[in-house]
Design a binder for this molecule. Structure first.
Ligand SMILES: Cc1cc2nc3c(=O)[nH]c(=O)nc-3n(C[C@H](O)[C@H](O)[C@H](O)COP(=O)(O)O)c2cc1C
Length: 503
């Protein structure tokens, strides 16, 4: 099943919404539960990186040397910044924990695995990051980094010190969203990838980000049950010690088998439902097309492209109230928008942050940048005519597609989430799914959605740093959204993040 077909099949239609009958008795577990295995507590965070968000977004810093060696303390901090608990709320007798990355329905469908080589304080192995107990549970002993890099379609020359693998468990989201859940599993994975990337930038590690690999081999190494859980991304972290060329690396110490009961841990509810649309969309995208061309230039989502393009530039010093770490810790989904305009300089800063990319790493998100097209709807922004704009990140330019105030209409299209109408700017993440299918094949859907989630995470954090609120929106009537924006027939709005002043 290609991207366009899956997306269409899982569209919401105003007149044809099936009621959400949530089976509370079989709500999926938010944490993987393994049989008793060796586990080690993450180390308390050491010195947190005291850097601006711009630096974490990839702004060059001349005054910085990369840390020579990745130790367990550094790795622990990276993991907790990316996906640790940042808030706790009690509802009646129940306590909910919220994390540094947002998640549709707070169902947290993604897991992070860690494969380690020479990390001081941590024996080599493959581990699952247990968010709740703040620990790593070991699934395999020994050094498996070479096997991991060999599953990558375009693996690095150097052997990493650590590989971080992000998976998605379908039923965690499908319990609530049914066959539409593949969208959320991918978007959420994108949020996590970006959080990891920002932590690595903040510390100054060099790293690589991979969307393309042999899914089955990777899944086998992680001990996940492919019917339920799949690997979606790999990030390699390099340090000085692990920089030998690939050829000279010793063979793995010993490919010990998986510990018992590991694969069964992908089951997260006693009554799981398997959705054929998800299975088919995922299965179709398992193959990496070897004729895939780079798609750094965006595939057009509108027929009438803007006539004029304006540079994204700093107009005046924006009010940045928080650095990188505080932005991560304070980020929340905020919906209590007030009808205040966004300052022009701050809007420029938001656009600038979306356009930034680190040049110190190989990032397949950049390779496939054109699969996802960002834009924004200026609803209440000083110095901007209201309307729908496209943003070309590579050229750092934006252009008006169509004028008019669409705040109220957006709220209507987004399942009548009325609070949205007070958002000052709605960031829009779109894709020309037919072009994605044509050039990248069905796996292109992953590239588009992962990149949309990553951009969404940037908006959340940038808005937080600037003192605004933000909220991601996946719930929308898809056809109405395309019509509202006059997207061409091949294109769709994948995701929206609203930003505004909050109470
Ligand atoms: C992909 C995605 C889609 C979301 N869709 C909606 C939405 O349609 N409406 C909404 O109010 N919140 C939405 N959210 C926000 C989540 O409800 C929120 O992230 C979750 O409750 C956790 O809270 P936190 O973001 O404050 O940590 C979405 C978040 C993500 C990542």
């Amino acid at each position: 099943m290609n991207a366009a077909t899956y997306h269409k099949l899982t569209s919401y239609h105003r007149k044809n919404m099936s009621p959400h009958n949530l089976d509370w008795g079989h709500m999926p577990r938010l944490y993987k539960s393994y049989p008793p295995l060796f586990s080690t507590a993450l180390q308390p965070a050491g010195e947190l990186p005291d850097v601006s968000l711009m630096k974490a977004f990839g702004e060059k810093w001349a005054d910085r040397a990369s840390p020579a060696v990745l130790n367990f303390e550094g790795l622990s901090t990276i993991l907790t910044l990316a996906n640790g608990f940042t808030a706790k709320r009690s509802y009646g007798t129940q306590t909910h924990f919220y994390r540094s990355a947002p998640s549709a329905g707070a169902l947290y469908p993604n897991e992070i695995y860690v494969a380690t080589g020479p990390v001081d304080g941590l024996a080599p192995g493959i581990y699952n990051y247990q968010v709740k107990s703040v620990a790593l549970v070991r699934l395999r002993k020994g050094w498996h980094l070479r096997q991991i890099t060999e599953t990558l379609t375009d693996g690095p020359e150097r052997t990493p010190a650590v590989s971080l693998l992000i998976s998605g468990i379908f039923f965690r989201s499908a319990w609530k969203y049914g066959q539409r859940a593949y969208r959320y599993v991918l978007l959420n994975a994108g949020h996590l990838i970006e959080n990891l990337v920002l932590a690595l930038n903040a510390y100054g590690y060099s790293y690589s980000v991979h969307y393309d690999f042999d899914d089955e081999s990777m899944g086998g190494l992680l001990g996940i049950d492919e019917q339920r859980e799949v690997c979606l991304a790999c990030l390699n972290i390099f340090d000085d010690r692990a920089s030998e060329p690939r050829q000279s690396v010793k063979p793995p110490v010993e490919l010990a088998g998986l510990e018992r009961g590991v694969i069964e841990a992908s089951r997260i509810s006693a009554a799981e439902v398997s959705y054929s649309a998800i299975t088919q969309a995922y299965t179709a995208g398992k193959t990496v097309r070897n004729d895939t061309a780079e798609s750094a230039d965006p595939y057009p989502v509108v027929d009438n492209m803007p006539q004029n393009w304006f540079p994204v530039r700093k107009t005046a010093e924006p009010i940045v109230s928080l650095g990188y770490v505080k932005s991560v810790l304070k980020r929340r989904s905020r919906r209590n928008f007030l009808q205040y305009p966004l300052k022009a300089a701050n809007t420029m800063r938001l656009l600038e942050m979306l356009c930034m990319a680190s040049d110190r790493c190989v990032d397949e998100g950049q390779t496939y940048a054109g699969c996802m097209v960002p834009g924004f709807m200026a609803v209440n922004v000083e110095g901007f005519d209201s309307g729908f704009y496209l943003l070309v990140t590579k050229k750092k330019a934006y252009g008006l597609v169509s004028g008019g105030s669409l705040g109220q209409k957006t709220a209507h299209v987004c399942l009548d989430q009325q609070w949205l109408k007070n958002g000052a700017v709605h960031f829009l993440f779109m894709a020309n799914l037919a072009e994605v299918d044509l050039h990248q094949g069905p796996r292109g859907y992953r590239y588009a959605m992962l990149n949309a989630g990553r951009a969404g995470q940037r908006v959340y954090l940038a808005a937080t740093a600037l003192g605004y609120g933000a909220c991601g929106i996946g719930a929308l009537y898809d056809d109405e959204a395309s019509k509202m924006l006059s997207l061409n027939d091949q294109s769709a709005l994948l995701y929206l993040v609203a930003v505004g002043t909050t109470k």
